[in-house]
Design a protein around this ligand. Structure first.
Ligand code: HEM
Length: 417
Protein backbone atom coordinates (compact mmCIF):
# COMPACT_ATOMS: atom_id res chain seq x y z
CA UNK A 1 0.00 0.00 0.00
CA UNK A 2 1.04 3.57 -0.47
CA UNK A 3 2.02 5.43 2.64
CA UNK A 4 -0.65 7.20 4.62
CA UNK A 5 -1.76 10.56 3.28
CA UNK A 6 -0.63 13.43 5.42
CA UNK A 7 -2.41 16.40 6.87
CA UNK A 8 -2.60 19.17 4.30
CA UNK A 9 -3.69 17.00 1.40
CA UNK A 10 -7.20 17.92 0.26
CA UNK A 11 -9.89 15.32 0.92
CA UNK A 12 -10.86 12.89 -1.78
CA UNK A 13 -14.36 14.35 -1.97
CA UNK A 14 -13.00 17.87 -2.45
CA UNK A 15 -10.60 16.61 -5.09
CA UNK A 16 -13.37 14.80 -6.98
CA UNK A 17 -15.33 18.07 -7.09
CA UNK A 18 -12.28 19.90 -8.39
CA UNK A 19 -11.60 17.19 -10.94
CA UNK A 20 -15.16 17.26 -12.25
CA UNK A 21 -15.15 21.05 -12.31
CA UNK A 22 -12.11 21.26 -14.59
CA UNK A 23 -12.64 22.36 -18.15
CA UNK A 24 -10.45 21.21 -21.01
CA UNK A 25 -7.75 23.76 -20.16
CA UNK A 26 -7.07 22.24 -16.76
CA UNK A 27 -7.18 23.96 -13.37
CA UNK A 28 -6.64 27.40 -14.87
CA UNK A 29 -9.50 27.94 -17.33
CA UNK A 30 -8.99 29.46 -20.75
CA UNK A 31 -11.37 32.40 -20.73
CA UNK A 32 -10.25 34.30 -23.80
CA UNK A 33 -10.31 33.59 -27.52
CA UNK A 34 -8.12 35.05 -30.23
CA UNK A 35 -8.61 33.32 -33.54
CA UNK A 36 -5.48 34.70 -35.15
CA UNK A 37 -3.05 33.36 -32.56
CA UNK A 38 -4.96 30.15 -31.80
CA UNK A 39 -5.78 28.86 -35.27
CA UNK A 40 -3.69 25.80 -36.06
CA UNK A 41 -2.81 25.87 -39.72
CA UNK A 42 -3.12 22.57 -41.54
CA UNK A 43 -2.56 23.94 -45.03
CA UNK A 44 0.41 25.08 -47.09
CA UNK A 45 3.60 23.87 -45.49
CA UNK A 46 1.54 22.37 -42.66
CA UNK A 47 -0.58 20.22 -44.94
CA UNK A 48 -0.91 16.69 -43.68
CA UNK A 49 1.54 14.26 -45.28
CA UNK A 50 1.87 10.71 -43.96
CA UNK A 51 5.35 9.41 -43.18
CA UNK A 52 7.49 8.52 -46.16
CA UNK A 53 10.16 5.83 -46.43
CA UNK A 54 12.70 6.44 -43.66
CA UNK A 55 10.48 8.73 -41.55
CA UNK A 56 10.06 7.64 -37.94
CA UNK A 57 6.84 7.55 -35.95
CA UNK A 58 6.24 6.13 -32.48
CA UNK A 59 3.94 5.67 -29.47
CA UNK A 60 2.86 9.30 -29.12
CA UNK A 61 -0.05 10.46 -31.27
CA UNK A 62 0.63 14.11 -30.43
CA UNK A 63 4.17 13.89 -31.78
CA UNK A 64 3.21 11.74 -34.75
CA UNK A 65 0.51 14.21 -35.81
CA UNK A 66 2.87 17.15 -35.32
CA UNK A 67 5.46 15.48 -37.57
CA UNK A 68 2.83 14.63 -40.19
CA UNK A 69 1.89 18.32 -40.30
CA UNK A 70 5.54 19.44 -40.32
CA UNK A 71 5.27 21.12 -36.94
CA UNK A 72 8.11 18.75 -36.10
CA UNK A 73 10.63 17.56 -38.70
CA UNK A 74 8.92 15.05 -40.96
CA UNK A 75 11.79 12.65 -40.35
CA UNK A 76 10.68 12.24 -36.72
CA UNK A 77 14.07 13.28 -35.35
CA UNK A 78 14.11 16.69 -33.69
CA UNK A 79 16.27 19.14 -31.77
CA UNK A 80 15.13 20.97 -28.66
CA UNK A 81 14.59 24.20 -30.61
CA UNK A 82 12.46 22.38 -33.19
CA UNK A 83 10.44 20.72 -30.44
CA UNK A 84 9.80 24.00 -28.64
CA UNK A 85 8.73 25.85 -31.79
CA UNK A 86 6.63 23.00 -33.18
CA UNK A 87 4.73 22.02 -30.05
CA UNK A 88 4.12 25.63 -29.14
CA UNK A 89 2.64 26.33 -32.58
CA UNK A 90 0.59 23.15 -32.83
CA UNK A 91 -0.65 22.80 -29.26
CA UNK A 92 0.21 25.77 -27.06
CA UNK A 93 2.75 23.81 -25.05
CA UNK A 94 4.92 26.22 -23.06
CA UNK A 95 8.59 26.42 -24.12
CA UNK A 96 10.00 25.30 -20.76
CA UNK A 97 7.81 22.19 -20.78
CA UNK A 98 8.55 21.28 -24.40
CA UNK A 99 12.27 21.84 -23.87
CA UNK A 100 12.32 19.71 -20.72
CA UNK A 101 10.45 16.83 -22.36
CA UNK A 102 12.80 16.96 -25.33
CA UNK A 103 15.89 17.21 -23.11
CA UNK A 104 14.76 14.20 -21.11
CA UNK A 105 14.30 12.27 -24.36
CA UNK A 106 17.77 13.28 -25.51
CA UNK A 107 19.39 12.33 -22.22
CA UNK A 108 17.79 8.91 -21.89
CA UNK A 109 16.97 7.79 -25.40
CA UNK A 110 18.59 10.22 -27.82
CA UNK A 111 21.87 11.70 -28.88
CA UNK A 112 23.23 14.30 -26.44
CA UNK A 113 26.11 15.29 -28.69
CA UNK A 114 23.97 15.99 -31.74
CA UNK A 115 21.22 17.25 -29.43
CA UNK A 116 18.53 15.20 -31.19
CA UNK A 117 15.91 12.69 -30.20
CA UNK A 118 13.61 10.35 -32.08
CA UNK A 119 9.82 10.29 -31.68
CA UNK A 120 9.90 6.55 -32.43
CA UNK A 121 12.62 3.94 -32.80
CA UNK A 122 16.32 4.42 -33.35
CA UNK A 123 17.32 6.83 -36.12
CA UNK A 124 19.48 5.52 -38.94
CA UNK A 125 23.02 5.05 -37.70
CA UNK A 126 25.17 8.13 -38.01
CA UNK A 127 28.74 7.05 -38.76
CA UNK A 128 30.08 10.00 -36.77
CA UNK A 129 28.30 9.13 -33.57
CA UNK A 130 27.04 5.60 -33.77
CA UNK A 131 30.04 4.18 -31.91
CA UNK A 132 29.69 6.58 -29.06
CA UNK A 133 25.95 6.70 -28.96
CA UNK A 134 24.93 3.20 -29.86
CA UNK A 135 22.31 3.27 -27.11
CA UNK A 136 20.07 5.93 -28.65
CA UNK A 137 16.89 3.91 -29.01
CA UNK A 138 14.25 6.62 -29.40
CA UNK A 139 11.16 6.85 -27.21
CA UNK A 140 9.60 3.66 -28.62
CA UNK A 141 12.13 1.65 -26.64
CA UNK A 142 12.42 3.87 -23.59
CA UNK A 143 10.72 1.36 -21.33
CA UNK A 144 10.52 2.50 -17.71
CA UNK A 145 12.30 5.77 -18.33
CA UNK A 146 9.85 7.46 -20.74
CA UNK A 147 7.56 4.76 -22.00
CA UNK A 148 5.76 3.40 -18.98
CA UNK A 149 3.57 0.49 -18.07
CA UNK A 150 1.40 0.61 -21.11
CA UNK A 151 -1.66 -1.22 -19.97
CA UNK A 152 -2.10 1.97 -17.97
CA UNK A 153 -1.88 4.00 -21.18
CA UNK A 154 -4.81 5.07 -23.30
CA UNK A 155 -4.31 2.76 -26.22
CA UNK A 156 -0.94 1.07 -26.25
CA UNK A 157 -0.12 -2.45 -25.11
CA UNK A 158 2.37 -3.09 -22.37
CA UNK A 159 5.83 -3.84 -23.79
CA UNK A 160 6.12 -7.08 -21.85
CA UNK A 161 2.67 -8.32 -22.80
CA UNK A 162 3.22 -7.41 -26.45
CA UNK A 163 6.72 -8.77 -27.21
CA UNK A 164 8.45 -5.42 -26.69
CA UNK A 165 6.00 -3.46 -28.84
CA UNK A 166 4.62 -0.64 -26.72
CA UNK A 167 4.08 1.74 -29.62
CA UNK A 168 1.32 0.12 -31.71
CA UNK A 169 -2.25 1.12 -30.95
CA UNK A 170 -4.56 -1.56 -29.62
CA UNK A 171 -7.97 -0.56 -30.98
CA UNK A 172 -9.84 -2.49 -28.31
CA UNK A 173 -8.13 -0.44 -25.66
CA UNK A 174 -8.74 2.72 -27.68
CA UNK A 175 -12.44 1.85 -27.88
CA UNK A 176 -12.58 1.59 -24.08
CA UNK A 177 -11.16 5.11 -23.76
CA UNK A 178 -13.50 6.26 -26.52
CA UNK A 179 -16.51 4.91 -24.65
CA UNK A 180 -15.89 7.36 -21.77
CA UNK A 181 -17.21 10.23 -23.88
CA UNK A 182 -19.70 8.34 -25.98
CA UNK A 183 -22.93 9.41 -24.29
CA UNK A 184 -22.52 13.13 -25.01
CA UNK A 185 -19.65 13.01 -27.51
CA UNK A 186 -17.49 14.97 -25.10
CA UNK A 187 -14.14 14.03 -23.54
CA UNK A 188 -13.03 15.51 -20.22
CA UNK A 189 -10.14 15.45 -17.80
CA UNK A 190 -12.28 13.83 -15.13
CA UNK A 191 -13.63 11.15 -17.47
CA UNK A 192 -10.08 10.25 -18.44
CA UNK A 193 -8.86 10.36 -14.83
CA UNK A 194 -11.46 7.73 -13.97
CA UNK A 195 -10.47 5.68 -16.99
CA UNK A 196 -6.82 5.84 -15.93
CA UNK A 197 -7.83 4.35 -12.58
CA UNK A 198 -9.68 1.55 -14.39
CA UNK A 199 -6.62 0.82 -16.50
CA UNK A 200 -4.28 0.81 -13.49
CA UNK A 201 -6.49 -1.67 -11.66
CA UNK A 202 -6.83 -3.81 -14.78
CA UNK A 203 -3.09 -3.81 -15.21
CA UNK A 204 -2.36 -4.91 -11.66
CA UNK A 205 -4.86 -7.73 -12.16
CA UNK A 206 -3.62 -8.84 -15.58
CA UNK A 207 0.04 -7.98 -16.08
CA UNK A 208 2.46 -10.05 -13.99
CA UNK A 209 5.13 -7.52 -14.97
CA UNK A 210 3.12 -4.51 -13.83
CA UNK A 211 5.66 -1.95 -12.69
CA UNK A 212 4.97 1.71 -12.03
CA UNK A 213 8.24 3.59 -12.35
CA UNK A 214 8.40 6.95 -10.57
CA UNK A 215 8.51 9.11 -13.70
CA UNK A 216 7.45 7.02 -16.72
CA UNK A 217 4.34 5.52 -15.17
CA UNK A 218 3.62 7.99 -12.39
CA UNK A 219 3.77 11.14 -14.52
CA UNK A 220 4.13 10.41 -18.23
CA UNK A 221 1.31 7.87 -18.36
CA UNK A 222 -1.40 9.94 -16.61
CA UNK A 223 -0.12 13.16 -18.17
CA UNK A 224 -0.73 11.64 -21.61
CA UNK A 225 -4.44 11.36 -20.78
CA UNK A 226 -4.42 15.00 -19.71
CA UNK A 227 -2.50 15.96 -22.86
CA UNK A 228 -5.29 14.62 -25.06
CA UNK A 229 -7.78 16.94 -23.38
CA UNK A 230 -5.55 19.97 -22.97
CA UNK A 231 -3.85 19.85 -26.35
CA UNK A 232 -6.19 18.12 -28.79
CA UNK A 233 -9.41 19.95 -27.85
CA UNK A 234 -10.81 22.65 -30.05
CA UNK A 235 -10.62 25.90 -28.07
CA UNK A 236 -13.03 27.87 -30.22
CA UNK A 237 -14.83 31.18 -29.73
CA UNK A 238 -17.90 29.22 -28.58
CA UNK A 239 -15.90 27.12 -26.12
CA UNK A 240 -12.56 28.79 -25.38
CA UNK A 241 -12.07 26.36 -22.53
CA UNK A 242 -12.02 23.59 -25.09
CA UNK A 243 -14.22 20.86 -26.49
CA UNK A 244 -12.99 17.49 -27.64
CA UNK A 245 -15.36 15.25 -29.55
CA UNK A 246 -14.91 11.70 -30.73
CA UNK A 247 -14.15 12.71 -34.31
CA UNK A 248 -11.12 14.78 -33.33
CA UNK A 249 -9.99 12.15 -30.83
CA UNK A 250 -10.03 9.50 -33.58
CA UNK A 251 -8.19 11.61 -36.12
CA UNK A 252 -5.35 12.37 -33.75
CA UNK A 253 -5.03 8.66 -33.00
CA UNK A 254 -5.21 7.61 -36.69
CA UNK A 255 -8.37 5.64 -36.01
CA UNK A 256 -11.17 5.09 -38.53
CA UNK A 257 -14.53 3.36 -38.30
CA UNK A 258 -17.42 3.63 -35.90
CA UNK A 259 -17.44 2.61 -32.27
CA UNK A 260 -16.59 -0.13 -31.41
CA UNK A 261 -15.41 -1.32 -34.83
CA UNK A 262 -12.27 0.72 -35.11
CA UNK A 263 -9.24 0.36 -37.32
CA UNK A 264 -5.83 1.89 -36.68
CA UNK A 265 -3.86 3.12 -39.68
CA UNK A 266 -0.25 3.44 -38.47
CA UNK A 267 1.33 6.77 -39.25
CA UNK A 268 -1.95 8.44 -40.17
CA UNK A 269 -2.20 10.55 -37.02
CA UNK A 270 -3.46 13.97 -38.00
CA UNK A 271 -4.82 17.18 -36.64
CA UNK A 272 -8.57 17.58 -36.98
CA UNK A 273 -8.88 18.34 -40.64
CA UNK A 274 -11.54 15.96 -41.82
CA UNK A 275 -14.38 16.39 -39.42
CA UNK A 276 -13.89 19.97 -38.34
CA UNK A 277 -12.75 22.63 -40.74
CA UNK A 278 -10.57 24.39 -38.19
CA UNK A 279 -9.08 23.69 -34.80
CA UNK A 280 -8.02 26.36 -32.36
CA UNK A 281 -5.35 25.48 -29.82
CA UNK A 282 -5.56 26.68 -26.20
CA UNK A 283 -5.13 30.39 -25.61
CA UNK A 284 -1.59 31.64 -25.99
CA UNK A 285 -2.21 33.51 -22.72
CA UNK A 286 -2.60 30.17 -20.97
CA UNK A 287 0.03 27.89 -22.46
CA UNK A 288 0.42 24.54 -20.76
CA UNK A 289 3.37 24.74 -18.38
CA UNK A 290 5.17 22.09 -16.33
CA UNK A 291 3.27 23.31 -13.25
CA UNK A 292 0.01 22.56 -15.08
CA UNK A 293 1.23 19.03 -15.76
CA UNK A 294 1.94 18.45 -12.08
CA UNK A 295 -1.34 20.11 -11.02
CA UNK A 296 -3.55 18.10 -13.36
CA UNK A 297 -1.86 14.84 -12.44
CA UNK A 298 -2.12 15.70 -8.73
CA UNK A 299 -5.86 16.37 -9.03
CA UNK A 300 -6.30 12.98 -10.68
CA UNK A 301 -4.40 11.26 -7.89
CA UNK A 302 -6.10 13.16 -5.11
CA UNK A 303 -9.53 12.39 -6.59
CA UNK A 304 -8.77 8.75 -7.41
CA UNK A 305 -6.01 7.79 -4.94
CA UNK A 306 -5.90 4.17 -6.01
CA UNK A 307 -4.51 5.27 -9.36
CA UNK A 308 -1.28 6.54 -7.75
CA UNK A 309 1.25 3.73 -7.75
CA UNK A 310 4.97 3.50 -7.32
CA UNK A 311 5.88 -0.17 -7.23
CA UNK A 312 4.56 -3.22 -8.96
CA UNK A 313 3.58 -6.86 -8.97
CA UNK A 314 6.19 -8.98 -7.23
CA UNK A 315 5.06 -12.49 -8.04
CA UNK A 316 2.42 -12.67 -10.73
CA UNK A 317 -0.81 -10.78 -11.14
CA UNK A 318 -2.49 -9.19 -8.14
CA UNK A 319 0.67 -9.17 -6.06
CA UNK A 320 1.13 -5.41 -6.08
CA UNK A 321 3.47 -3.93 -3.49
CA UNK A 322 4.09 -0.22 -3.23
CA UNK A 323 7.37 1.52 -2.57
CA UNK A 324 7.35 4.18 0.09
CA UNK A 325 8.41 7.47 -1.45
CA UNK A 326 10.06 8.45 1.82
CA UNK A 327 12.23 5.32 1.76
CA UNK A 328 13.06 5.89 -1.88
CA UNK A 329 14.23 9.46 -1.35
CA UNK A 330 15.96 9.23 2.00
CA UNK A 331 12.93 10.80 3.70
CA UNK A 332 13.04 13.97 1.61
CA UNK A 333 9.74 13.52 -0.26
CA UNK A 334 6.55 11.63 0.46
CA UNK A 335 3.34 10.65 -1.25
CA UNK A 336 1.53 13.77 -0.09
CA UNK A 337 3.81 15.76 -2.39
CA UNK A 338 2.27 14.04 -5.39
CA UNK A 339 -1.32 14.64 -4.33
CA UNK A 340 -1.32 18.27 -3.38
CA UNK A 341 -2.79 20.07 -6.36
CA UNK A 342 -3.24 23.21 -4.28
CA UNK A 343 0.53 23.47 -4.04
CA UNK A 344 2.37 21.36 -6.57
CA UNK A 345 5.80 22.67 -5.56
CA UNK A 346 6.54 19.38 -3.76
CA UNK A 347 5.70 17.42 -6.91
CA UNK A 348 7.72 19.78 -9.10
CA UNK A 349 10.70 19.41 -6.78
CA UNK A 350 10.38 15.65 -6.49
CA UNK A 351 10.26 15.02 -10.23
CA UNK A 352 13.06 17.45 -10.99
CA UNK A 353 15.24 15.96 -8.30
CA UNK A 354 14.29 12.45 -9.27
CA UNK A 355 15.39 12.97 -12.88
CA UNK A 356 18.73 14.26 -11.68
CA UNK A 357 19.12 11.41 -9.22
CA UNK A 358 18.75 8.73 -11.88
CA UNK A 359 20.86 10.37 -14.58
CA UNK A 360 24.35 9.20 -13.55
CA UNK A 361 23.39 5.53 -13.81
CA UNK A 362 21.56 5.86 -17.07
CA UNK A 363 24.25 8.03 -18.56
CA UNK A 364 26.97 5.58 -17.68
CA UNK A 365 25.00 2.72 -19.16
CA UNK A 366 23.59 4.28 -22.27
CA UNK A 367 25.60 7.21 -23.41
CA UNK A 368 28.62 8.33 -21.53
CA UNK A 369 28.75 11.96 -22.70
CA UNK A 370 28.46 13.47 -19.29
CA UNK A 371 29.19 17.12 -20.01
CA UNK A 372 26.53 17.33 -22.74
CA UNK A 373 24.11 15.68 -20.35
CA UNK A 374 25.01 18.04 -17.52
CA UNK A 375 24.30 21.01 -19.78
CA UNK A 376 20.94 19.56 -20.75
CA UNK A 377 20.05 19.08 -17.11
CA UNK A 378 21.13 22.56 -16.07
CA UNK A 379 19.54 24.33 -19.01
CA UNK A 380 16.28 22.44 -19.40
CA UNK A 381 15.47 20.06 -16.51
CA UNK A 382 16.35 22.16 -13.46
CA UNK A 383 14.21 25.12 -14.67
CA UNK A 384 11.15 22.86 -14.35
CA UNK A 385 11.13 23.67 -10.66
CA UNK A 386 11.20 27.41 -11.41
CA UNK A 387 12.56 29.42 -8.53
CA UNK A 388 11.78 26.81 -5.92
CA UNK A 389 14.62 25.78 -3.66
CA UNK A 390 14.11 22.06 -3.72
CA UNK A 391 15.32 19.62 -1.10
CA UNK A 392 17.97 17.49 -2.77
CA UNK A 393 17.67 13.73 -2.97
CA UNK A 394 21.04 12.54 -1.75
CA UNK A 395 20.08 8.92 -1.35
CA UNK A 396 17.92 7.60 -4.13
CA UNK A 397 17.54 3.95 -3.24
CA UNK A 398 16.80 2.14 -6.51
CA UNK A 399 17.49 -1.22 -4.88
CA UNK A 400 13.93 -1.01 -3.56
CA UNK A 401 12.82 -1.83 -7.12
CA UNK A 402 14.86 -5.00 -7.44
CA UNK A 403 12.02 -7.21 -6.27
CA UNK A 404 9.79 -6.19 -9.20
CA UNK A 405 10.23 -8.35 -12.32
CA UNK A 406 8.83 -5.47 -14.42
CA UNK A 407 11.68 -3.22 -13.28
CA UNK A 408 14.24 -5.45 -14.98
CA UNK A 409 12.41 -5.88 -18.26
CA UNK A 410 14.20 -3.95 -21.01
CA UNK A 411 12.98 -4.30 -24.61
CA UNK A 412 15.32 -3.18 -27.37
CA UNK A 413 14.43 -2.03 -30.82
CA UNK A 414 15.69 -2.84 -34.27
CA UNK A 415 18.96 -1.32 -35.45
CA UNK A 416 17.02 1.09 -37.62
CA UNK A 417 13.44 2.19 -37.98
C1 HEM B 1 8.32 16.55 -26.35
C2 HEM B 1 7.06 16.24 -26.10
C3 HEM B 1 6.54 14.86 -25.89
C4 HEM B 1 7.20 13.71 -25.58
C5 HEM B 1 8.67 13.50 -25.34
C6 HEM B 1 6.20 12.65 -25.51
C7 HEM B 1 6.49 11.33 -25.23
C8 HEM B 1 5.55 10.32 -25.15
C9 HEM B 1 5.85 8.95 -24.82
C10 HEM B 1 7.21 8.39 -24.51
C11 HEM B 1 4.69 8.27 -24.83
C12 HEM B 1 4.47 6.79 -24.49
C13 HEM B 1 4.06 6.74 -23.04
C14 HEM B 1 3.77 5.36 -22.55
O1 HEM B 1 3.90 4.42 -23.28
O2 HEM B 1 3.41 5.22 -21.39
C15 HEM B 1 3.65 9.21 -25.14
C16 HEM B 1 2.33 8.89 -25.19
C17 HEM B 1 1.35 9.80 -25.44
N1 HEM B 1 1.50 11.13 -25.72
FE1 HEM B 1 3.23 12.14 -25.88
N2 HEM B 1 4.99 13.17 -25.80
C18 HEM B 1 5.13 14.52 -26.04
C19 HEM B 1 4.14 15.41 -26.39
C20 HEM B 1 2.81 15.10 -26.52
C21 HEM B 1 1.78 16.00 -26.95
C22 HEM B 1 2.00 17.44 -27.38
C23 HEM B 1 0.61 15.31 -26.92
C24 HEM B 1 -0.77 15.75 -27.29
C25 HEM B 1 -1.01 16.60 -28.22
C26 HEM B 1 0.91 13.97 -26.46
C27 HEM B 1 -0.01 12.98 -26.27
C28 HEM B 1 0.27 11.67 -25.93
C29 HEM B 1 -0.73 10.65 -25.77
C30 HEM B 1 -2.22 10.81 -25.92
C31 HEM B 1 -0.07 9.47 -25.45
C32 HEM B 1 -0.69 8.10 -25.13
C33 HEM B 1 -0.99 7.32 -26.37
C34 HEM B 1 -1.73 6.04 -26.08
O3 HEM B 1 -1.72 5.56 -24.97
O4 HEM B 1 -2.32 5.50 -27.00
N3 HEM B 1 2.24 13.88 -26.22
N4 HEM B 1 4.20 10.45 -25.37
Amino acid sequence: MLEKRQVGVPSTAAAVAVSKGRGNCGLIPCTTFDGASQLVSVSGSYEWTPPQEGDIRGPCPGLNAAANHNYLPHSGVATIAETVAGLGAAYGMAPTLAAALAAYAIIFDGDPVLGTWSIGGPPPADPLTSGLLGGAQGISYSHNNYEGECVTSIGRNDAYLNHGDAYSLNVTRFAEAYSTGLSDDRYTLDGFAQHFLTNVEFSVANNPYYFAAPFATTVVAPAAYNFVINFMSNHSAEEPNGYLNGAIFKEFFAVTGDYPNFKWIPGNERDATTNTSTRYKRSTLNEYQAANVFDDVAVNYAAYPNSLRIGGNVNGVNTYEGVDLGNLTGGVYNTADLLNYQDSSGAACFYTQFIQAVIPDAAATLLGELSAITDLVNNYITPLAGNLSCAEINQYDQTLFNKFPGYHYDPTGPTSN
